[in-house]
Write a protein that binds this ligand. Structure first.
Ligand code: ZN
Length: 148
């Protein structure tokens, strides 16, 4: 079984600090001590900080790569579709996803670079690609007609 953190009365969480400054990493679920408690991995503050810094840098690198791939995919989709109102398709930055009024918008496609691909594709299905000008006109007309 897992030893309980006496300060929180629940299981230790990654980063919990001991009095000597050591930080909790994990329970070793395949090893127990003579009392049946799982052994634990604790790191000195220096080692823990290095480990965290490395993990954060790796995450940043992976996220940047993922964002770039996603942006390329979304830009390709926009340009291939072109504006459904006027046909413009020259530059992806001038093309936008317009959420159609009969669907519930969960998030903006342009801010979805770290979301799971399935969620993004489901959200894209609720949209039409339009250029910035046509999007502005659509939004104006919807406001005028009071359709959100
Ligand atoms: Zn247009």
């Amino acid at each position: 079984m897992r030893r309980i953190n006496p300060e929180t009365n629940s299981f230790f969480k990654q980063g919990d600090a001991r009095k000597d400054g050591y930080r909790f990493s994990c329970y070793l679920l395949n090893k127990t001590d003579s009392n049946g408690f799982y052994l634990e991995r604790w790191y000195s503050p220096t080692v823990y900080d290095n480990y965290k810094t490395k993990a954060n840098n790796l995450n940043k690198k992976n996220n940047a790569k993922k964002q770039k791939t996603r942006k390329t995919f979304i830009n390709d989709l926009k340009v291939k579709s072109g504006c459904v109102d006027c046909g413009y398709s020259k530059h992806p930055e001038a093309l936008q996803f317009d959420h159609l009024p009969n669907f519930t918008k969960h998030f903006e496609i342009s801010k979805s670079h770290l979301k799971p691909m399935k969620e993004v594709l489901d959200e894209i299905k609720k949209c039409e690609v339009v250029c910035a000008c046509c999007h502005a006109i659509r939004t104006y007309n919807r406001r005028k007609l009071n359709i959100n």
